[in-house]
Structure formats: structure tokens, C-alpha cells
Ligand binder design. Structure first.
Ligand code: ATP
Ligand code: FE
Length: 347
């Protein structure tokens, strides 16, 4: 089987061609960072417009790079949610058009399932496995038992860690997206100098909280600024190191609990924050402790892309999933809600 994948749920327009043996024939990602740069966040209306403009170009480019024609494909997979509805709609409309024009089967994919199934695409990980999804917008533990069989074990009750990294960077005058800059500063800092909180660590379960951590960083910054008239570079580096250590501690301990609650032979991570080396090392240690293998896909497949959507589409198709012209775009779509999108079922 060879599938075209289409992704447009946030601020990346992407198209990819993937084979059932895991070969990625093409994966095109067109970002929109510049378009939103002046607004301090993704502007939904601008994103939807840019997706509508760029989607068909991305699809054409992916097909050309893969060296296949539409008629060589076996199906079309598209992100049907969750995400910014204007963008999701643009992708779903294009996929429906292509499906209607070619007669190819259509499969609506949950964006989070795309992330969660990536370790199977990259490393052939077997079911079941535990997935920690940590990105700019999400943070959750999933027990993955099949292409459309997920159990959510817990997640953040406020900010996602990526969001916290970005906000901390902003508070300390570092560039956006903040993750890599905070990591670089932290590598020069002393993680023990400032005692930052480990939110929710004292409570049972796998839920997490990161917004208090950001507030603690703000308070620390203001205290230092008041005491000495500003922040020295070393202060900033030490705060970053303390912050990163706190995030790593929380993620490691909650992962330990998730593995205990739902033992699995493999722990996999995905999402942009999984690029962080300190976090990877901490999670790898937790996996080793529990006797589980540790898998972290390459960064370009951890962040938003369409190869993961094509792959999730192939897996769903193989297990019998088909969608029709009545498929809807869903702004919200919890992963443990198994059913495929149905007419009027959008929530
Ligand atoms: P989502 O996919 O959930 O909709 P998103 O597209 O914003 O959200 P990703 O593209 O997966 O998320 O990841 C981007 C996030 O990852 C940003 O918040 C960024 O700061 C963070 N990030 C990237 N590299 C690192 C790093 N080395 N350390 C920590 N965070 C990082
Ligand atoms: Fe994503």
C-alpha cells in the first residue's frame, strides 16, 4: 500500500507519501512561523488562509519527490482533527476532492494518533507501548494498543511543557521558539542554585502541571532584578538549568508511575520537547529501570508532519477504517474516543 498524507491542523502545511513497509517516499513541510511572528502566537484566520494557499502545492511537490502519480496511490489520509478548524477544513476539503476525483479510499486521521503511531513508522515498535507525547500544545501519557486503540493515563492540567519552555524563554529575554535556547542556557547553568517547584509530584496519578513553574521563574527573575538591578548571564543560565531540571523530574516521576500503572515493553516519546537531551536522558533512565526499551523518533518526525498522518492512515485502513464524503473536521477529538468522524458528530 502507498498512501498520500495531508496535515494542516496547526501552523504547518504538510504532505507526504508513505509505503506500508515504512518507507517515506516524500515528506514536505511548509511552516508559517514568519506569518505569525508579529502576533506572538498562531492566528487561526491567517493559518487557515495559508493552508488553503499552500496545500495543493505541498501535495504536488510530495508526489513529484516521491515520483508517483495520484493513480499509483492506494489511499488518501488526512488529519480530520483536533486542531484549528479552518486549517483542518482546508485539508479535509482537499482530501475529499482528491478522493472524489480519483475514487481512492479516504481515511480521516486523528492528529494525535499520527504522533502516537510514529514509533511504529520509524522503529517498528510492537503494540502495546507507552507513549509520552510532549509538544508545544500537548502533554499526555497514552497506552497504545492498536492503530485506533488508545487509553489516556494522564496529562497536563494546564500548560504543555513546550509552552512552558517558550514562556520561560520570553521571561528571560531568549528568542522563540524557546526550547532550544533554554536548553543551551541550561547547559551552562547550575540546576541546584534555585529551588523551583515540582508541581503535583506529591499527588498520586499521572497528571502534571507546568504553569506554576513558569510563575516561579518569573518570581525568581523579579527578585534578582530588584536585588541587583538586572540579570547576569549566569543568573539566567542557572534559572534555565533549574527550570529544565524541574520539568525533567516531573516528567520522569510521572513516567515511572505510568509505566507502573500500565506496564509495557517499550516507552516511546514524541513531540518537539522530546528533542531535549536532558529530558531524553531522564526518560531513558526511567525506561531502563522498568526494563523497557526506549524509542525517540528523529526530530523531523517528532514535530508536525504528514508522513505520520499517511502512516496512521495506512494502519487504520488495514484495520478496516474507511471514511466517506460525510466525514467532518473536528476542532476537538479526544484520542480515546475510538469512533471515526461521522456526520454531525463533531464536538
Ligand atoms: P502540537 O504538535 O502539540 O500542536 P507544536 O506544533 O507547537 O504543538 P511541536 O512542533 O511538536 O509542537 O514542538 C514545538 C515545541 O517544542 C516548542 O514549544 C519548542 O519550544 C519545544 N522544543 C523544541 N526543541 C526543544 C528543546 N530542545 N527543549 C525543550 N523544548 C523544545
Ligand atoms: Fe502536533
Amino acid at each position: 500500500l502507498t498512501f498520500l498524507g495531508i496535515e494542516s491542523s496547526c501552523d504547518d502545511t504538510a504532505a507526504a507519501v508513505v509505503r506500508e513497509d515504512g518507507t517515506i517516499l516524500a515528506s514536505v513541510v511548509a511552516g508559517q512561523t514568519e506569518l505569525h511572528a508579529d502576533f506572538g502566537g498562531v492566528v487561526p484566520e491567517i493559518a487557515a488562509r495559508a493552508h488553503a494557499e499552500k496545500l495543493d502545492i505541498c501535495v504536488e511537490q510530495a508526489l513529484a519527490e516521491a515520483g508517483v502519480a495520484l493513480t499509483d496511490l492506494d489511499g488518501i489520509a488526512v488529519t480530520a482533527g483536533p486542531g484549528l478548524i479552518g486549517g483542518v477544513l482546508a485539508g479535509v476539503m482537499l482530501a475529499k476532492g482528491l478522493s472524489a476525483g480519483t475514487g481512492l479510499p479516504l481515511v480521516g486521521v486523528n492528529h494525535l494518533a499520527g504522533h502516537a503511531l510514529t514509533p511504529r513508522l520509524t522503529d517498528g515498535v510492537e503494540y502495546p507501548y507507552l507513549m509520552l507525547l510532549v509538544s508545544g500544545g500537548h502533554c499526555q501519557f497514552l497506552s497504545v494498543k492498536g492503530p485506533e486503540d488508545f487509553t489516556r493515563l494522564g496529562g497536563t492540567i494546564d500548560d504543555a511543557p513546550g509552552e512552558a519552555f517558550d514562556k520561560v524563554a520570553k521571561l528571560l529575554g531568549l528568542p522563540q521558539p524557546g526550547g532550544p535556547f533554554v536548553e543551551a542556557a541550561a547547559s551552562r547553568g547550575n540546576p541546584k542554585r534555585f529551588a523551583l517547584p515540582r508541581p503535583l509530584l506529591d499527588r498520586p496519578g499521572c497528571d502534571m502541571s507546568f504553569s506554576g513553574l513558569k510563575t516561579a521563574v518569573l518570581r525568581q527573575r523579579d527578585q534578582l532584578t530588584e536585588a541587583q538591578g538586572g540579570l547576569h548571564e549566569q543568573d539566567r543560565d542557572d534559572i534555565c538549568a533549574g527550570f529544565q531540571a524541574a520539568v525533567a523530574d516531573v516528567l520522569a516521576e510521572k513516567t515511572r508511575r505510568a509505566l507502573a500503572a500500565s506496564p509495557a515493553p517499550t516507552l516511546a516519546v514524541a513531540g518537539g520537547v522530546a528533542a531535549n537531551q536532558t529530558l531524553r536522558t531522564a526518560l531513558q533512565a526511567v525506561a531502563a529501570e522498568a526494563g523497557a526499551a526506549f524509542v525517540a523518533p528523529p526530530l523531523r518526525l517528532c514535530t508536525d508532519n504528514a508522513a505520520m498522518i499517511a502512516w496512521a492512515g495506512i494502519e487504520a485502513y488495514q484495520s478496516g477504517h474507511r471514511d466517506g464524503m460525510d466525514m467532518v473536521a473536528r476542532p476537538r477529538w479526544p484520542l480515546d474516543q475510538k469512533s471515526a468522524p461521522m456526520l454531525g458528530a463533531g464536538k
